[in-house]
Design a protein around this ligand. Structure first.
Ligand SMILES: *Cc1c(COP(=O)(O)O)cnc(C)c1O
Ligand SMILES: [Zn+2]
Length: 419
């Protein structure tokens, strides 16, 4: 890796050579930043070289990623997900522009494919063929899929209440599934201990410094897809805080390289009863461990494992943290789907709910451009929707009766779709 110069601890600022370190800071146990040689990178990557690049996946940014020149990457097409412009929503909420980044389009349906693809590369570089991770569902299904595509083995620790579709993904990809009778936080601690004991390569969020690097590729894409015009605010759902920290790293990389002229404000959204990072931001100091409860399983985290990077992203960017209720999250799933055609899982809907709440609070200026990170696909958790939607009417298979009943049920035959 000619582009990586070392690691730096986010807690004690100690720096290390790449070869010295496996995962966390040996001195204090803090998470690490990956440090780059931007001069080396600048000679090999430019806005022009990118616009000529036909590789439409996260690997178009390989020069900015911690992978050896000779490494093979998994074959699944991860990244280069669409950004959609939503002018009607922007008008409705009185802002300049609203854009949504649809990460649900990734191979296993979430942003977690990015860090998991990188984990597979790093495990192979380390000569390991078993990778373990704790997960609320998506990190695990992503890792299981990436491992299946490269014939590595995966061991996935998930809480036993994981949504059915995410469990089905683990099963179909052939992962070894550790269904833990406990919370995600407990599954995480068990995975750490087991990986240490059995010498498995681990992708655990926060603990593995490369996961930030995989996640940052979504920000690199936003920069490029918006033609290097940086949005004003980015709304990101937060559980462990690794995604928001990763996106911030991506924007800072682009800024160091001179590809963008300014940085966006990072807005972190948490569920009301799983809000350790927002609580810490609002003056209660470091993120405190506590019980977590929310319908949004991907952000149901009581002990955030990457809180320092998350808080740094928000504070350095002059952003803010905001909490939303489960009812707001549930309402946001269908209102976003109906307004845009994009169906997201509850944690991603939290980003939209946080945006709506911020508009109502006057926290967004009228001309601003806002990006919502829609981190995961709605098909991963249909229960959340089915439980709150009215069951559809059952019609007899007879046209005359169908038409009568349809009208009785309130269908307006005269309304055109454009009105
Ligand atoms: C993991 C995940 C999150 C939260 O990311 P953190 O890095 O834990 O903050 C949000 N949404 C989805 C869909 C996820 O899979
Ligand atoms: Zn340290």
């Amino acid at each position: 890796m000619n582009n990586v110069v070392g690691f730096k601890c986010v807690e004690c600022a100690q720096t290390y050579d790449v070869a010295e370190i496996e995962h966390i800071c040996p001195a204090c146990g803090g998470n690490l930043d990956v440090l780059y040689d931007y001069n080396w990178i600048r000679k090999r990557l430019s806005r022009d070289s990118l616009s000529a690049d036909r590789n439409f996946s996260m690997w178009r940014y390989r020069t900015l990623l911690p992978v050896a020149e000779t490494s093979c990457v998994p074959p699944l097409a991860v990244g280069w997900t669409p950004v959609y412009d939503c002018p009607r929503l922007a008008y409705q909420y009185g802002i300049g522009k609203l854009l949504i980044k649809d990460e649900g389009r990734n191979p296993t349906g979430s942003l977690k494919d990015r860090p998991s693809a990188l984990a597979v590369v790093k495990a192979r570089e380390a000569g390991q063929d078993i990778i373990a991770t704790a997960s609320s569902g998506n990190a695990g299904s992503a890792l299981a899929g990436m491992c299946a595509s490269t014939q590595l083995r995966s061991v996935i620790f998930v809480p036993s209440n994981v949504p059915a579709a995410k469990l089905a993904q683990l099963q179909v990809y052939g992962a070894t599934i550790a269904l833990v009778e406990g919370t995600y936080d407990q599954a995480y601690d068990l995975c750490l201990a087991a990986a240490r004991q059995f010498n498995w390569y681990q992708r655990n969020t926060g603990h593995n410094p490369y996961m930030t690097e995989g996640k940052k590729t979504a920000a690199l894409e936003i920069g490029e897809q918006l033609n290097w015009k940086v949005p004003d605010k980015i709304f990101v759902p937060m559980g462990d805080g690794c995604i928001i920290g990763g996106l911030w790293k991506g924007f800072c990389d682009l800024h160091h390289l001179g590809f963008i002229e300014r940085l966006p404000q990072m807005i972190g959204v948490q569920a009301e009863n799983a809000a350790a990072i927002v609580a810490a931001l609002n003056g209660r100091g470091l993120a405190h461990e506590g019980a977590a409860r929310t319908i949004a399983d991907s952000i149901c985290v009581g002990k955030p494992r990457d809180a320092t990077k998350a808080m740094r992203a928000i504070l350095e960017s002059a952003g803010f943290g905001i909490k939303v209720s489960d009812d707001e999250i549930l309402a946001a799933i269908s209102s976003l789907a109906r307004a845009t055609g994009v169906f997201v899982e509850p944690s991603s809907a939290a980003a939209f709910a946080g945006f709506v709440k911020s508009c109502e609070a006057g926290s967004i200026k009228s001309g601003e451009t806002v990006v919502l990170m829609l981190t995961g696909n709605g098909l991963k958790d249909v229960d959340a929707v089915l439980r709150t939607s009215k069951a559809p009417y059952r019609y007899p298979p007879v046209l005359a009766e169908f038409a009568d009943q349809l009208e009785k049920n309130g269908f307006d035959f005269r309304r055109s779709s454009s009105s």
